[in-house]
Structure formats: C-alpha cells, structure tokens
Write a protein that binds this ligand. Sequence first.
Ligand code: SF4
Length: 718
Amino acid sequence: MTDNSAAMKVVHAVCSHDCPDSCGVLVTVDTGTGQAVKVQGDPSHPVTRGFLCGKVAKYLDRVYSPDRLLYPMRRRAGVPKGPAGYGGVKGREAEAFERISWDEALDAVAARLKQIAAEHGPESVLPYSYAGTIGQLGYGSMDRRFFHRLGASHLDRTICATAGGEALLSVYGIKLGTVPQDFAEAGLVIAWGANIHGNNVHLWPFIEEARRQGARLIVIDPYRTRTAALADEHLAIHPGTDAALALGMMHVILSMGLEDKDYIERCTHGFEELREHALLPKHSPEEVAKVTGIAAETVVRLAVEYASCVRKTGKAAVIRLNYGVQRSENGGTAARAVAMLPLLTGSWKYKGGGLQLSTSGSFPFNSDALQMPELMQASELGRAARVVNMSELGQALTALNGPAVKALFVYNSNPAAVAPNQNDVLHGMMRADLYTVVHEQFFTDTADYADVLLPAPTFLETKDVQGAYGHLFVQVSERAIEPLGEARSNVRLFGELAQRMGFEEKCFRDGEDELIDQALRTDHPWFEGITRERLEREGHVALAIPANEQGEVLPFSTAEWFRTPSGRGELVPVPVFCAPVESRLGAGADSGEYPLEFLPRKADNYMNSTFANIPQHQRMEARTAGVLEMHEADAAARDISTGDAVEVFNGRGRIELRALVNAQVGAGVVAARLDWSKVGNDLSGNRANVNALTSERLTDIGGGATFYSTLVEVRKVS
Ligand code: SF4
C-alpha cells in the first residue's frame, strides 16, 4: 500500500534511547493497518533538524523484527539456565520457554516475590535497570514505586555516568552546559572523549557550521573514532590520564598569565589553591607528556590555543566532554579537572564558549512525585532499603549476604552483556536458587537466564515525557502504534504487579497521563508554562531558562548561575591525578603480566548492547565484528598479523578475537567493541564479550564503573 492509497497519520514521538540528542521523531502510521511505515526526524525540532542517526533511521527494522519477544513465557521445567537451555543456538531461545498468559505470569511472579520476601526479607529482591529508555515514565516511575513499597534493595544506578555527573555537580552545582546550537558560534571545539559523529550526531552540524567559519576541531581520545578521523587534529591520549592533561593545560595557562582574572574573581572559589597546585613541577608540559603520551609542545600549543581563542579569533573555545573520560579509576577527578578549564579562561561569558557534559540537571521533573520514595516507609522494612551498586552486580549475585540476593528483576537493561566482570555476573545468574524475571524486547544475553520473560514495547508503542542530556527541550512522546503482541509498558507491568502483591495504594493505578502531569507538577520557574496539554500540542517546548538582554542563554556567564554551596565555580578541592591501578603507570602493570591497556569501546551503530542483534546494524559494524584492534608495535612484539586468532586475557577472563593491526589505537592500547556474547564474535565459542575482562573496581567519585581502566595481555592462538 502506498502513501497515496492509504490514510496516513503522523505522530510525534521521542527517541528514548540513551543518547544526548533525545530526537523528536515523526512516525507515519497507516491508519488502516495500524502499522508504522516511516520514521523521520522532526524538522521543527531545533536540534533534531529533520534527521535521525543511522541507528534509528532504520528503526522499523527493529520494531517489526521477527525476533521481537511478543508473549510472556516461563522457563520449561527442568531446562537449565543459560545458553545450554536451548542448545546455545541463537534463534532457538524460545525452546527453553513455554508461553503463558499475562495473568499467569503476574500471578507467578507476585507469588514468588512474596515467598522470597517472607523467607529472606524484601531486600533479597534486587531490581536491575538503567537507561534502556530515558523517558521519565519508562526510566523510573511505577517501577520505583513498586520496589519502594516492596522494600526491595535500592539499586544505585552507577554504570554509566555518576562519576562525571557528581564531578559536574561539585564544580557547578548543576548539570547544565553550553546549548548545542551555540557550538556553531565557537572559535575552537575540543571533543574530549566525545565521539560526536558516532553518538551525538545532532551536535555535528553545529560544529561543521563553526568550522566553515574558521573554527578548528581537536579530538582528545585514545581511540581514533569517526569523529577523530574527521577532526583537524587528533590527540591520542593514554587511557585514564585526562586529569593530568587538564592540569598540564592549567599549568601553561597560569604560567603564561592567560587566565581571565576578572571572571575568576567574580565567578570562582578556591583559585589561589588551584593555582599553586597546577603550577607544581609535576604538571609541567614535560612531565605531563610522560604521563599522557602527548608531546610537551603539543600540550603547550593546545593550552595556548584554548585560552587565547577569544583574543585571536574573536570567538570562544568550547569543550564537548563526554562520559568516556569518567569511566576510569581517576575519572571523577578527570571530569572535574576538565570542567574547571572554562572557569579559568572565562569562556562561559561568550556565546559558543563553555563546556557541555550533560544538560540533564536542567529539567526539574518532579521525580519524587513519580517515584514516591515515601513508600519505603510503608514497606515491611519500614525504612529505606540497603543500597546495591549496579557496577558491582557480580559481587551482589555471588558474595553479598544479609540477605543474599534471591530474586533479580531486570528491565531496561542487559546486564549479562553490559555489566563489568561478566564471568562473576553470569556465575551469579546461573544460581539455581536465584529467581530471575526479565522484561525485554528481544532474547538478549540476559534473557537466557530468565525464569520468567515478559515482553516490553519500543518507544513507538508507549506514551512518555522526556527531557534530554544534550539539549534543553521537553517533549511528549505519543504512542504511535499499539504495542506489538502482548508487550506491556513498565508503567502497566509494575502497576498490575503491585495490585497482585496486594499493594492497595491508589498510586499503583495511575496511568500515563496522570504520571506525566505529576512529572511536570513543580513550581520551578524553568518549567513555567509547560504542561502536558501544551506538549501534546507542540511536541517540544524549550525550558524557560532566563536569557540575557541579548536573548542569549549563557550558563555560568555570571555568578547567579552556580548552585554550589559557595555560589561560585568550585576550584577546590584541587584535582589530583592518580594513575589508575590498571594502567601502564599503575600498580597493576608492575608485574608485567598484563601490559596492554584495553578499551572495551562502544560501536557507532549500536547503543551499548541495544541494536547489536539487528542484522542491518550488524552490517554497518562489520569492519570491527569480532576484532581486536592493535598497534603494529604490539602486534609485532607478539608475532601477530591481521587476521590471526588471538586470545585477550587477564586474571578475570578471556575472549578470542581476530587481530586487526591498524592505527586506530596507539602503542600499548588494544580495543574491541561491546557486543552481545551470543552474536558469536568470540571465536572460542565461550559466549564471552569484552566484559569478561573488565573489573568491578569503582571510580574515585560517584561509585561508577571503570570499563576503561582494564589491563590485558594478548597472544596468538596457535
Ligand atoms: S539514538 Fe540519539 S541521535 Fe539517534 S535518533 Fe535516538 S536520540 Fe536521535
């Protein structure tokens, strides 16, 4: 049927994948069949500007994939957990399960959770979720109410961004930054650990606009990303040494007197202490070069170009810092140090200057109304539950006591693939006495371990309200199509499960519209005039952030913007670089057993592990499927050539890949991308992925995961 012969409607939705861009999406639906026939970027959205990334432009392949999980299922009696349950052949997972009705599923899950809570205490139930959807309702609303009321362990959601988030809060008091549109006005863009072209692509046209007007783009990244390849300059920093480089830049800026004294006086706190620290000889360009691998003269040139940008070009320098920097042991400190740079140069004063890590803190959604933490008091515990760090899931499932975890409820996430220290995680998930419920769209690696599997909808099939962490527009995502099969949203799942548990509070009957109204109910001035009705009418609405006399929103251009206790940009405590234990300079390298720094990197065309099972997306990532990228010096030292099977290993695990000797990484660094274990990229057939090698060691700030502080050795498989 063509567009001409069918009655079509266009529905405004919002991409809810874990991406800073939060695109407005127009979904064309055939009203005769109820099927979505086209997705496109909303041309009226000032950041989406009418296009979608390569991942979501093909979204209907995912929505209507023949592999979608469409019905509730339970594990067949006697069938073991894990791949052995279906013979390990991808595509045959359903053989391990039998179809049941939603009533049967909800009754069974409620009965088992009640039994476990009665026998072991409610804290023996562990929810596990992250940003499989970042809509307010899907990410955290009815689910939190449910687990609070139950008295389940509280999950500390640290796997992605807490080190950087807390770093930003410690310096600025709020997660806010340069708006993407203003990058077009920059005189210099530094992409620091930011693969903008790969996973923040709606910022790219603004950067290109700036470059057309003379701006340079410098990328600081240990991996030669797509963005690095397109940049004017790529600085391949050693992993985990970003704090040292930022301190080296400060050293140059302060020793040459390039700081903005007036701005520092008006807007910062702790300058003298930072100055004294940054000028220590250990932060000289020569010393910083030894740590970072970036030549001393380059450190000087970078610092001077950055700090002199306004004087030399009439335009300010801007930094796009991204979360890769903070996924290392010293990552919180690194993010703090980088975030301090525009406080020294005063680049916040200019349109196109400043820094962006996240704008998520700008959206004053009423999360207390959505999540109702007071329900913890109504639980059997009568108090706040214990906290379990999601970056330590392996330990939680294998070693935690008082009580041990007896039930794991997974939604919005795929921990069997994405959690660090995969072997411990899988060992825990295999436990016969662990009851596992998984709410999912596909038979993921995690679904292989489920006792009960529940079908989840995509963002086309639910209604939600969403902010962003890369721009300042609130949006409502309308349900474009009916949920496929029997998929049920998080709101519906946890509301119905609460009723099966006997939780009588009225809040468990709230529907999507009521929850959206609650999320928007606040007297915060930045939400002034933003209502559900208006969002439904207009699709997206800009936050009511105060502009200056020229109508410009310039965060941190004056002291009024800061939300720190001092009311200024905080330069203390001073950032101190410590080499990660698992790095070439750390104690983990002393034995020489595991001398290579490993980057378990993200694919450009996947979203963490999402999309990794879709053939169209796999084709776009074919170049690095099952591949370990190595520098020629490291390959030669091990007699390895491109195409050789290699074993990558450390004390936690091993994975077999094919070597690809190239210049994507520097000497001493190897890289492989995150994938589902079951897509078969491990040549040994061991069903491992890059997280077989990563550790549960936490970041210095925020208790985050340290994926990029991982040492390994590599040898040829004979
Ligand atoms: S993944 Fe990001 S860039 Fe792609 S459509 Fe979604 S929000 Fe936009």
